[in-house]
Design a protein around this ligand. Structure first.
Ligand code: FE2
Length: 376
């Protein structure tokens, strides 16, 4: 059994105040650059941090489901600056982009050349992750997911040197998140925890993190969704749940939910959390025969008292459907995905690296079954 978590994690409300000293005294960086997106700039969050890093060069054009072309363009500009630290500020997209750029600052060529595990020749630059949503987990994992625009495929670029050197997880940073983003990123975090727990590579260590994450996320998500500003405890529990769900799936794996959502995200640019939320109940239903004993543990954690594992697990799946409805997550039919694309989505999902980690064997036809099921 192995467990990796080499990042130094600063967790707690107000931790962001230590940004300057973390950069100077701990990371000893003299020339950091910052990667973020336009939404973070508009929210005013970047402006609040700038006094701690005066004069820093900011790259703020990371899009949702970050694209290889964008990463390659920014890398060329960034290499000229010769930075010694990359700071990623935002949701999963700026954090994954930051990891990819840290790699390209020390390695030649384009990001497409580094798809897979440990394809880099030189260690990437140190990376400092500052998440501003409650779902990515990227702040504690070794993977960067970038969409290859030519293949319309989400590549995983990963390796033990790609963990952030430092992560600052400050629940105060999500105080102004709109409810729709809390819902989708919170359900992404829940999906990470549930998939990590049910996936084939799960271990005793990842199980413990996953179970605690499910408990924390289910206990805080609706409170945060209703009033994030005034629910400090829910903010903290949601961010903590999201982070330890990252410990769990980063050391076990995700399963078929992410296989489908990454395929859809690459083809349609649909927000990752929404795609996960839509497919979580369908994948769990498919997986029931092979993991209902384990799923029943999650059911009981969420207050379901049914003593029979199969029916308790079915109630757990229904509970997730009901939660998604209360959080106003769109339905599959609202995503405007053409039926003529189902074959392609099923193919891509089957090819996804995480497909073999699903607790029940999945063929292309099984993905087609889930897509049809979601549509109906
Ligand atoms: Fe995810």
């Amino acid at each position: 059994m192995q467990f990796h978590m080499p990042s130094r994690l600063y967790f707690g409300s107000g931790e962001i105040k230590n940004l300057k000293s973390i950069i100077k005294d701990y990371l000893k960086a003299k020339n950091p650059v910052l990667v973020t997106d336009a939404g973070i700039v508009r929210s005013g969050l970047l402006e609040k941090l700038i006094p701690q890093v005066p004069g820093i060069t900011v790259f703020d054009r990371i899009e949702a489901n970050p694209k290889s072309d964008t990463i390659n363009e920014i890398a060329e500009e960034m290499r000229v600056l010769a930075p010694d630290l990359i700071i990623g500020l935002g949701g999963g997209s700026p954090l994954d982009a930051g990891k990819a750029l840290a790699l390209l600052c020390t390695n030649k060529g384009n990001i497409e050349a580094y798809e897979g595990r440990e394809k880099y020749g030189q260690d990437p630059l140190p990376f400092l992750a500052i998440p501003t949503t409650c779902g990515t987990g990227s702040e504690v994992t070794w993977v960067s997911v970038i969409t290859d625009v030519n293949r319309k495929f989400k590549m995983s670029i990963k390796g033990p040197k790609m963990y952030p050197a430092v992560s600052i997880v400050d629940p105060d940073l999500i105080q102004t998140l709109p409810p729709s983003i809390i819902a989708s990123t919170g359900l992404d975090a829940l999906t990470h925890a549930v998939e990590a727990y049910l996936s084939k590579p799960a271990t005793l260590i990842t199980d413990n993190h996953a179970i605690k994450a499910v408990e924390l996320i289910l206990g805080s998500l609706e409170g945060a969704y209703t009033d994030i500003k005034n629910n400090q405890k829910d903010r903290e529990n949601l961010m903590f749940g999201s982070t330890i769900a990252g410990f769990a799936f980063g050391n076990s794996d995700v399963t078929a939910v992410h296989c489908i959502s990454e395929s859809i995200g690459a083809l349609y640019d649909i927000p990752h959390g929404i795609a996960n939320s839509v497919f979580l109940p369908h994948v769990l239903t498919y997986n029931l025969p092979d993991c209902y004993h384990k799923m029943a543990t999650l059911a009981r954690l969420s207050g379901i008292t049914d003593p029979h594992d199969m029916t308790a697990s079915q109630s757990f799946i229904q509970m997730i459907r009901d939660l998604s409805k209360r959080l106003h997550i769109p339905q599959f039919k609202d995503l405007n995905i053409g039926k003529d694309q189902f074959e392609k989505i099923a193919d891509m999902s089957f090819m996804n690296n995480s497909n073999p980690s699903n607790p029940r064997v999945l063929q292309k036809k099984d993905y087609l079954w889930m897509l049809e099921n979601a549509l109906n």
